[in-house]
Design a protein around this ligand. Structure first.
Ligand code: AMP
Ligand code: GLY
Length: 417
């Protein structure tokens, strides 16, 4: 099975690492220096360009295309590949609106009867201002479109909420902020549940917990994610089954009623409230950094599973090891607002691969050296029999890596539940 994997972040390095265990050949576009060591080749192509990706899939004769990030999905890359007869794992543009428009996701959830926070959508600052003035906090204000996890503000400060909405309308997030969604505030622990969907059916992956705030103790701004772990111990019984039955199935049915098929990963971000689980968001892809924590635990043949699903089959149940994985993200100084790039990275080669894996996210080669090239630079994943063992494997490996201004949280999987 020859596979083309689109993307070049930590999620894709982890996916590629897993796919390469059973694929006969792995081609990555654009990939990253970590994927370079496991792929037969990297192709530097604009992965949001449907025509270029489709001609790459054709010219390489791959059996399966796996789409990692949201941008190609929102750009209609899967549509173009499907039209050309390629087996592709990742939803079409219409279905990817579940992620690319929070207002659309809310409208589908409402129709599907999925439990979620109440929400109001605005297309101008004065209506948003009136809403925020009339309602008590805390406030949840979101840019409608794709903003790399940075378009959401949760605050008790009404003025900050009003400024955030104003900033969205004034172009801080480009066209992603043309509409603003204001939500009811929900309280609880969060968990990421994932499904593989195809043929109107779904199977669950093992849930993971992401640490979204920059600093220890969940302080500081929201980021794309500073670390993750799996399994998560403090979940309600049968949470995955509940999510498949009460969230994923009705959403797939509602999409199907509109003539929209869904083949790909569906990420269900849940808040576990005192009134039961509520959906915070959908993503049409796996989570990053959650993927880095769950791929090392998957014992099924991922290439086969995704190929079957991409070919219209009903997804197969997956199997998992009993181990625990803890992923610590090493971020560049200035992340998330203004990450500095270009610092030399040292120490990765001294890590014992039997205790920790290193997945590249924002790295590049410059004059033969490995350097930082993004906000989230590396994911260091410790594996162990318990959460404590996996944590100490991860942090033991982190201690061996260095780049200037490296920042990371010291409490990933800390209060382990
Ligand atoms: P989202 O990208 O929509 O998942 O939002 C990013 C983060 O903001 C979530 O992971 C939560 O931590 C927080 N958040 C989003 N929506 C709400 C809400 N309705 N109530 C409380 N926190 C929220
Ligand atoms: N870890 C959050 C996300 O991937 O959206």
């Amino acid at each position: 099975m020859k596979v083309l994997l689109l993307g070049g972040g930590g999620r894709e390095h982890a996916l590629g690492w897993k796919l390469a265990q059973t694929a006969s050949e792995l081609i990555c576009a654009p990939g990253n220096p970590g994927l370079a060591s496991i792929a037969s080749r990297l192709v530097d192509v604009d992965i949001t360009d449907p025509e270029r990706v489709t001609s790459l899939a054709r010219s390489t004769g791959v059996d399966l295309v796996v789409i990692g990030p949201e941008a190609p999905l929102a750009a209609g890359v899967a549509d173009s590949l499907r039209l050309a007869g390629c087996a592709v794992f990742g939803p079409n543009k219409a279905a990817a609106r579940l992620e690319s428009s929070k207002a659309y996701a809310k409208s589908i959830m409402r129709r599907a009867g999925v439990p979620t926070a109440a929400a109001w959508t605005f297309d101008n600052a004065s209506d948003a201002l009136a809403h925020l003035t009339e309602h008590p906090g805390p406030y949840v204000v979101k840019a409608d479109g794709l903003a790399a996890g940075k378009g959401v503000l949760v605050t008790t400060d009404r003025n900050a909420a009003i400024s955030w909405a104003d900033d969205c309308f004034s172009g801080r997030f480009g066209s992603a902020g043309a509409n603003v969604v204001i939500e009811e505030f929900l309280e609880g622990d969060e968990v990421s549940v994932f499904a593989i969907c195809s043929n109107g059916r779904s199977v669950g992956l093992q849930p993971a917990r992401d640490h979204k705030r920059l600093l220890d103790g969940d302080a500081g701004p929201n980021t794309g994610g500073m670390g993750a772990f799996s399994p998560v111990l403090d979940l309600p019984d049968e949470l995955v089954e509940w999510t498949l039955g009460e969230v994923v199935a009705p959403v797939l049915e509602t999409l199907a009623a509109d003539g929209v098929e869904y083949a790909g990963f569906l990420y269900v971000g849940l808040m576990l409230t005192g009134n039961g689980p509520r959906v915070l968001e959908f993503n049409c892809r796996l989570g990053d950094p959650e993927t880095e924590a769950i791929m090392p635990l998957l014992t099924s043949d991922l290439t086969h599973v995704l190929h079957e699903a991409a070919s219209g089959g009903t997804p197969h149940p997956l199997t998992w090891s009993d181990d625990v994985a803890v992923d610590v993200v090493l971020a560049a100084p200035g992340y998330p607002d203004n990450p500095q790039k270009g610092s030399a990275i040292s120490g990765i080669d001294s890590i014992d691969p039997s205790s920790a894996l290193v997945f590249h996210a924002g790295t590049a080669h410059a004059d033969g050296d490995l350097v930082t090239a993004g906000g989230r630079v590396l994911n260091v994943v410790g594996i162990g029999a318990t959460h404590a063992e996996a944590r100490s494997a991860a942090y033991g490996a982190v201690d061996q890596i260095h780049f200037d201004g490296m920042q990371y949280r010291t409490d990933i999987a800390g209060g382990t539940r």
